[in-house]
Ligand binder design. Structure first.
Ligand code: DI6
Ligand code: FE
Length: 398
């Protein structure tokens, strides 16, 4: 198939957008065979069926590289508590927060978790998401963590998209290990990681480095173990305070350090050296009414790739719109619309360690979005409007 009469944001070159004004994409099975200005199309492709897009924009399929989309229950009551004056940390210390979602998640079966996640997944798909990262981390005991990961894998059976799973048992210390974080890591997180790995349930390992969760020293044995299994690591770092997580993540060659509102210019430098992606999560910043912004200027000047994700979770970011996350990345964090789109395509793919997605070039996966817009900046510009015309996953229009 040939998609023609299109603007194409290939995201392959440096800014702006790798844009081709009057372009075509040749698709063979699940791959892009050729992309370029229509006038340059090789003659071998003459005679193949052409679909005119009448000037519409093609981008790579969007990638949401940080979600907790599998979880039981919701936390609307806490939203209300926060608006009555309680802070996110207060609620967590009082046994609410993550732990209330843990109770609801443990009570749910794999089928329940899948069924409750799918409407949220569908909201993301409707806006052009073709690759989705899903974390565990609301089980905090072996069986419930494994169940979450199985539900995450089941999403890719139930819907046409790619799922990357992340093991986040080190999300917070469960009540039965209170005050014994290190024992929780060695007795629960590490042995369960082995089981998840053997079952093929895990693509990467994550942790939450924060005063209300784990220190870098407590996370170190888990990250060491991930490395012995050949698994990549990533980290929730510097979200609410500076704990050294970003530096620790960079030192260990992490795929990404996520949130990083409190990261410093020195942290940005360490990330640049390690090739660690900065995953910015404006939905959590917005929901928690945070004021400390991630060090975007330092990230930019050091050349750290920036990604944007929904952080879809029931507590700090009940967000199921990647387009809105892009808008917030621009409005709240000062990203350009070009950086926002790069952040949900090419850089999001790097944050997941997945190649051949997030860009449009020969050999790449044919995961594409077709948009009813004239210019790619429109994607981050509108608020609450979805201009998606069609979504293609693995060479098939959905
Ligand atoms: N940081 C977050 O923003 C989420 N997890 C994390 O480590 C919040 C999780 C929750 O509140 O349920
Ligand atoms: Fe998160």
């Amino acid at each position: 198939m040939i998609l023609t009469d299109a603007k194409i944001a290939t995201m392959t070159q440096a800014a702006p957008y790798g844009l081709i004004d009057d372009g075509s994409v040749v698709i063979e099975q699940d791959r892009v065979a050729w992309v370029g200005p229509t006038g340059d199309m090789p003659r071998v492709y003459e005679g193949i069926d052409q679909l005119s897009l009448q000037g519409r924009l093609i981008t790579p399929g969007l990638i949401d590289c940080h979600t907790h989309i599998v979880h039981g229950g919701h936390r609307a009551a806490e939203f209300e508590q926060r608006l009555n004056g309680a802070s996110y940390a207060d609620i967590a210390k009082a046994g609410g927060g993550i732990l209330s979602t843990v109770a609801a998640t443990r009570a749910a079966s794999c089928d329940d978790l899948l069924a409750s996640a799918l409407p949220r997944v569908d909201a993301l798909l409707a806006e052009g998401v073709t690759t989705l990262e899903v974390k565990s981390g609301y089980g905090l005991e072996a069986e419930a963590e494994l169940t979450m990961l199985r539900a995450a894998r089941a999403i890719a059976q139930a819907r046409p998209l790619r799922v990357q799973t992340t093991y986040l048992a080190a999300h917070t210390v469960p009540p039965d290990y209170r005050g014994r974080a290190q024992a929780y890591i060695s007795e629960m997180c590490i042995p369960t990681l082995d089981r998840a790995f053997q079952e093929g349930l895990v693509d990467a390992v994550d942790g939450f480095c924060e005063t209300i969760a784990f220190s870098t020293a407590q996370l170190a044995p888990l990250f060491d173990h991930a490395r012995t299994l050949g698994l990549s690591v990533k980290l929730h770092a510097e979200q609410l305070s500076h704990q050294g997580g970003t530096h620790f993540a960079a030192e260990r060659g992490a795929l990404s350090a996520d949130h990083i509102e409190y990261a410093t210019p020195a942290d940005a430098k360490a990330m640049a050296q390690a090739g660690t992606v900065a995953v910015l999560l404006p939905g959590a910043f917005y929901t928690l009414s945070e004021e400390q912004r991630p060090p975007v200027a330092a990230l930019r000047s050091c050349g750290v790739p920036m990604a944007i994700a929904s952080d879809c979770n029931p507590g700090s970011s009940p967000l199921t719109s990647l387009l809105l996350a892009m808008n917030m990345g621009c409005t709240l964090f000062g990203l350009t619309p070009e950086e926002a789109l790069r952040g949900t395509t090419r850089n999001a793919a790097i944050a997941l360690g997945v190649s051949q997605v997030g860009i449009i070039e020969a050999g790449a996966q044919a995961d594409l979005c077709i948009w009813n817009v004239e210019h790619p900046a429109e994607l981050a510009y509108r608020i609450g409007f979805n201009p998606l015309s069609k979504r293609m996953f693995a060479g098939v229009f959905q």
